[in-house]
Write a protein that binds this ligand. Structure first.
Ligand code: SAM
Length: 391
């Protein structure tokens, strides 16, 4: 593909990303992959270049743009080399007209900028939400020791975590194939450390999804004890079994839950768990570095729905923990309504039956009854982590 044809391809893909953001369609990553499936003429360099253009444009537009061309024109405004590729030749975008609509630049839609600022995320902290995310890898101590780590990484603040340069082909390494390592953001690893799961304990990962955190918890339990992974999403949960097998975490059981009927499905665990992790569904404002178009999708009504589910899941989890046990509440959000305020509301409802127990982690800043990790300060995805103890 010529450089100009790559720009036109990026515009076409952006149109799909914008439509999907409006209609709750597929994520940008999938749309890019699918677009190239039917265009076999594109080589790997083309794919990489187009992908980079698409993501540059998504990051640049705070509000959802009208169309892909308006988004690309925003980039071209500050990039003369890109602007000259709008030359109208074969496969190239049409020449730029005077007064053509250009998308609005910015970090996020205005209501989210306001909500973040009210939660203490502004200026450099807000700008860092759109940086490129690092590549973090966790050593799976169920399978290997530190000698298994592929070359080229640097150890982070955690004893089992290394950071690699962008583009390192971790999933092509023998260590990954043999289940010795997992790609996992450092913040996500630290959230698992907050559970302090020990060998022989009984632990529930209530919102396990595909099991990223379940696998880390299994490793801290040395594979000994009971570890139940539950979720309401059959597809996500079904990804856990093959991952657990690769990771040597045979102790993990899974259970599919019905929304609103979680307590009945878990009645055999009532008051039994040493620890329950609630990695709750949330706005994902802490993960925009990886999914920048997520900020085009979120609405105040959705945020309110997340908040309601989080509060309910905290109450469900509270029934599962034994006296003296731990409840860990995690969201990958930087909004206080899904973090400090949600955690405080839980304590208020609990009326003395639970107390906050701040986890000792090598990163994060206290916020309300918990800790917050931010991309700028901690160089992790944004997370809120609170731990409670049953009194
Ligand atoms: C933040 S994601 C979990 C990510 C996962 N823990 C990981 O580390 O990969 C939140 C999960 O909560 C699940 N979920 C939503 N409502 C739920 C409910 N009522 N009970 C349990 N899980 C629920 C979603 O399906 C989603 O997989």
């Amino acid at each position: 593909m010529t450089p100009a044809a790559r720009v036109q391809a990026a515009i076409e893909i952006l149109d799909l990303v914008i439509a999907a953001a409006r209609n709750n369609g597929a994520p940008a990553d999938r749309l890019i992959t699918d677009w190239f499936k039917s265009r076999r003429f594109a080589g790997s360099k083309d794919r990489r270049a187009v992908r980079e253009l698409v993501y540059r444009a998504i990051r640049a537009c705070g509000e959802v743009p009208d169309n892909g061309r308006a988004a690309m024109l925003l980039l071209a405004q500050g990039d003369e080399a890109l602007a000259t590729l709008f030359d109208g030749t074969r496969h190239a975008p049409a020449p730029i007209l005077p007064d053509e609509p250009i998308a609005t630049g910015g970090i996020a839609p205005a209501w989210l900028i306001e909500a973040l600022a009210a939660s203490g995320i502004a200026d450099t902290e807000a700008a860092a939400l759109l940086d490129r995310a690092p590549l973090d890898v966790r050593l799976n101590t169920l399978r290997a020791g530190r000698a298994a780590m592929p070359d080229g990484g640097e150890q982070t603040l955690s004893a089992v975590s290394w950071r690699y340069p962008h583009g390192t082909a971790i999933e092509q390494s023998d260590a990954w194939r043999e289940g010795m390592i997992e790609v996992q953001d450092l913040g996500s690893q630290l959230a698992c450390q907050a559970v302090e799961a020990r060998p022989g304990e009984s632990v529930i990962d209530l919102c396990a999804g595909g099991g990223g955190k379940t696998l880390a918890i299994a490793a801290s339990m040395s594979g000994e004890g009971r570890l139940l992974a539950t979720d309401t999403d059959r597809n996500r949960l079904s990804r856990l079994a093959p991952r657990a097998e690769r990771a040597g975490a045979g102790m993990i059981e899974t259970r599919l839950l019905d929304p609103n009927r979680e307590e009945q499905a878990l009645s055999d665990w009532h008051g039994q768990a040493d620890a329950v992790l609630v990695d709750a569904p949330c706005s994902g404002t802490g993960t925009w570095r990886r999914n920048p178009e997520a900020r085009w999708r979120l609405t105040p009504a959705q945020l309110e729905r997340y908040r309601t589910v989080q509060a309910r899941l905290l109450d469900v989890a509270a029934t599962l923990v034994r006296p003296g046990g731990r409840l860990v509440f995690v969201t990958c959000s930087l909004l206080d309504v899904e973090g400090a305020r949600q955690a405080q509301a839980f304590l208020d409802r609990a009326d003395g039956r639970w107390r906050a127990d701040l986890p000792q982690l090598p990163a994060g800043t206290p916020r309300g009854p918990g800790l917050r990790l931010t991309p700028h300060r901690d160089q992790t995805d944004g997370f809120f982590i609170a731990r409670f103890r049953a009194v």
